[in-house]
Design a protein around this ligand. Structure first.
Ligand code: GLA
Length: 398
């Protein structure tokens, strides 16, 4: 064998490997990100600015030991307050609560989980920490090098700049905001690492109409949720009408779960879990996973409700008429139906579901997703009485 032949063989092998790698990279790029609403945990609702590396590791461990990871909760997302300033080259630094972000990401990945982080398109984040303004590509490269799989990008500091530059020019302000989100999307794509992109600007400027165009996978539709029935219900029930904007890869985000944080009772937390599933909303637990009681665990881990949230059709549910009855079409041709009792001082009221009005002809099969009970074959109607602040959720099929 001549030298030349050897050379051309190795060149061929190299070319084949390269082609294979390029194909894999292209596949990774084109594999749909957030094909179903992202599920996981985020530090903000419980830990807020106090979150530390140790809290995040404990959350990752708990996702595994409780079975939540296997139920689909895979993202471990560090929210605001991990940032310090920048070094002389402009690289973002972590503060003393997070001594080594790459090591933390490795810890999370080693448990079969994915790692998420937070920043702002402005100079400062909402909590006043360092934002990505002017360093978008550099930060995206840093995130990719750390092994980040999810970025929440929160307007805050940029809102102040927008106000400064175009206080009375709504069109210009809107363009600035869209540009800022597109800029980070392009920076993330350039890294070659698939990173779920979560936009947070509280629903301003009808973000559901342009979120997809600037490359985001989920967009917050409202102001921050808090751990009260009033806040949760106002946010959740206000989502009616947004269903046409959600689809695989692009989701309305009515903010994170408060289940287990203590401000609502079990029926009310079942309402949040059910409503978020009907809305095809991201399911990001916001409680201290290392100290969960059995009720909280059973709510977060209701696999039948999770299956509705994660249904492959990806069609967000709609409200049926003025009462809080919601219907969501499912990939198998069936429907999820949830009846809520959402006025806190309301006494439980019976609500009769008529299957014809839900789009079925003739008898249907039904299953109660909280009672975990088959209801058998039902002819034309079924009456449910959700408890105060609570819900009855069914799966109905032919
Ligand atoms: C905003 C967001 C919250 C959280 C905080 C962090 O308020 O909407 O979800 O990320 O900032 O500062």
């Amino acid at each position: 064998m001549t030298r030349n032949r050897l050379f051309s063989l190795s060149t061929l092998a190299f070319t084949a490997v390269l082609a294979c790698e390029l194909a894999q990279a292209a596949q990774a790029q084109s594999a749909p990100l957030a094909a179903t609403p992202p599920m996981g945990w985020n530090s903000w609702n419980h830990f807020a600015e106090k979150v530390t590396d140790a809290d995040v590791r404990a959350a990752a461990d708990a996702l595994v030991s409780t079975g939540m990871r296997d139920a689909g909760y895979v993202y471990v997302n560090v929210d605001d307050t991990w940032e310090a300033g920048r070094d002389a080259q402009g690289n973002i630094q972590t503060n003393s609560k997070f001594p080594d972000m790459k090591a933390l990401a490795d810890y999370v990945h080693a448990r079969g989980l994915k790692f998420g982080i937070y920043s702002s398109p402005g100079p400062k984040t909402c909590a006043g920490y360092e934002g990505s303004y002017g360093h978008e590509e550099q930060d995206a490269r840093t995130y990719a090098a750390w092994g980040v799989d999810f970025l929440k990008y929160d307007l805050c500091g940029l809102r102040d700049l927008i106000d400064l530059y175009s206080p009375n020019d709504a069109a210009k302000a809107s363009a600035m905001m869209r540009d800022a989100y597109l800029k980070m999307h392009l920076a993330l794509v350039k890294t070659g690492r698939p990173i779920v992109y979560s936009l947070c600007q509280y629903g301003a400027d009808d973000v559901w109409q342009w979120g997809e165009a600037v490359g985001v996978n989920l967009w917050r539709t409202t102001d921050d949720i808090s751990d009260s029935f009033r806040s949760m219900a106002l946010i959740g029930f206000s989502q009616a009408g947004l269903e046409r904007y959600a689809k695989p890869g692009h989701w309305n985000d009515p903010d994170m779960l408060e289940v287990g944080n203590g401000g609502m009772n079990a029926d009310q937390y079942r309402t949040q879990m059910s409503l978020w599933a009907m809305l095809a909303a991201p399911l990001l637990a916001g409680n201290d996973l290392s100290k969960m009681d059995e009720t909280t665990r059973s709510i977060l881990m209701n696999k039948e409700v999770i299956a509705v949230d994660q249904d492959k059709l990806g069609q967000q549910g709609s409200r049926l008429g003025p009462l809080q009855t919601w219907v969501r079409p499912l990939a198998d041709g069936g429907k999820a139906v949830a009846v809520f009792n959402f006025v806190t001082d309301d006494v439980p009221q019976p609500v009769t579901l008529r299957f014809k009005e839900l789009g079925f002809t003739g008898p249907v099969h039904a299953r109660d997703l909280w009672a975990h009970k088959d209801l058998g074959v039902l002819s034309d109607a079924y009456t449910v009485t959700p408890p105060q602040g609570g819900v009855v959720m069914l799966r109905v099929w032919k």
